[in-house]
Design a protein around this ligand. Structure first.
Ligand SMILES: *Cc1c(COP(=O)(O)O)cnc(C)c1O
Length: 383
């Protein structure tokens, strides 16, 4: 599609228009879905378009990836069936003896996968405390190939300084990969801060409607490493399917609007409940009391997002609140238009290092007064 080249369009505009999409044949302003598993060749036996077979990708996935690369400022974005299949492909590039770093408290799926690679494949991993200054620097070794950081980390929302992590990684020739699921490109562009790879679970803010799973890896530069991951995606059969890519394109059109609303409401809720007698703490990077606030204020340039945690006075109180909300839906996941509450330790299971009193909230786009009233009534009856 011909892009408006004279104007320096803001990313919100590019997202809303799915890169100024108009179907060149009939003018439809919304792309179609191309579910074909195989694609015909021309008279010279060359592929007619970019696609050959759907396990490599196809036109609908290409369009979604073009939007993501555009918003992220990436050379290439690659979509997967889930966040985890993207993470699996990335770490599959490691060889026995290679070393990675990962935060101790972070997304449990990533941590569990790395533990498996350590046990079964001879990969070395150091899990560092993202709340301690200097811990990441200490964790990095000359054998480190991927420095994996997550910011803000789930579910305490500790903030890692991406630009500082880039310097540490590059000093040993490692790649800096950032899980930015909670801080999408409308507020943090990790590649422009120097990261080599940015990861999102597209299940979350990118799609925003809790109706697909997906993952995306975006790369600052094309390289044989990027080609290797694309090859792995084909061999593992983990490319996003056309219907999911189509829903993702639809979701991305409202990313900026949804994120702005979620950020505004989350800040209001965090301010409202900070110091609440039934709570020990409110963890939200947008609050000046949060230890990562100063970095977050620098790095999350357009809102602190919709993720926060409430620390109740006891495990029983947390359980009570998680089961007594009437607006917040008691479910895992995040970044959707509907607000969710979860008693995180119950979801992560017995190996979880999350505080038993912790309630994780994903703030959606509902009326903020309804959300506040709902939490108030659930806390009111808590022990
Ligand atoms: C959900 C999530 C993932 C995993 O993504 P899936 O789409 O569930 O596979 C990874 N990192 C973070 C921070 C997440 O929230």
């Amino acid at each position: 599609m011909k892009q408006p080249t004279q104007l320096n369009l803001s990313p919100a505009t590019r997202a809303a228009q799915a890169l100024h999409f108009v179907n060149p044949v009939h003018g439809a302003v919304v792309p179609g879905i191309e579910p074909a598993s195989t694609f015909a060749r021309d008279g010279d036996y060359q592929p007619i378009g970019n696609a050959v077979y759907a396990r490599d990708g196809g036109p609908t996935v290409d369009h979604a990836e073009a939007i993501l690369a555009n918003l992220e400022g990436a050379a290439t974005s690659m979509l997967f069936t889930s966040g985890m299949s993207a993470i699996v492909a990335l770490f599959e590039t490691l060889e026995a003896g290679d070393h990675v770093t990962c935060p101790i408290v972070g997304y449990h799926g990533t941590i569990n996968w790395l533990h498996r690679l350590v046990e079964k494949r001879g990969i070395k991993a150091t899990f560092y405390d993202a709340t301690q200054d200097g811990a990441l620097a200490e964790a990095i070794t000359p054998a480190t190939k991927i420095v994996w950081v997550e910011t803000p980390t789930n579910p305490n929302w500790d903030v890692t300084d991406i630009a500082a992590a880039v310097e540490l990684a590059h000093a040993v020739g490692a790649k800096l990969a950032v899980d930015c699921t909670v801080t999408p490109p409308c507020t943090t562009q990790a590649l422009s801060l120097g990261a080599d790879i940015v990861f999102h679970s597209a299940t979350k803010y990118m799609n925003g409607h809790s109706d697909i799973t997906g993952g995306v890896l975006s790369f600052a530069q094309n390289s044989p490493f990027v080609d290797e991951i694309r090859g792995l995606r084909t061999l593992q059969g983990t490319v996003m399917a056309a219907f999911e890519a189509w829903l993702l394109i639809r979701g991305l059109r409202t990313l900026y609007l949804r994120f702005e609303r979620a950020s505004e409401s989350a800040l209001t809720i965090a301010q409202h409940f900070e110091g609440h007698p039934k709570l020990a703490a409110v963890l939200y990077p947008g609050l000046p009391s949060h230890p990562g606030h100063a970095i977050a204020a620098r790095q999350m340039t357009n809102g602190f997002g919709g993720m926060m945690s409430l620390i109740a006075r006891s495990r029983a109180a947390a359980q009570h609140v998680a089961t007594h909300t009437q607006v917040f839906i008691p479910a895992t996941s995040l970044g959707g238009v509907e607000s969710l509450i979860e008693h995180r330790i119950a979801v992560e299971g017995p190996h979880s290092v999350v505080k038993p009193e912790l309630l994780r909230l994903s703030i959606g786009i509902e009326s903020v007064s309804d959300l506040i009233a709902d939490l108030e009534q659930a806390l009111d009856s808590a022990p």
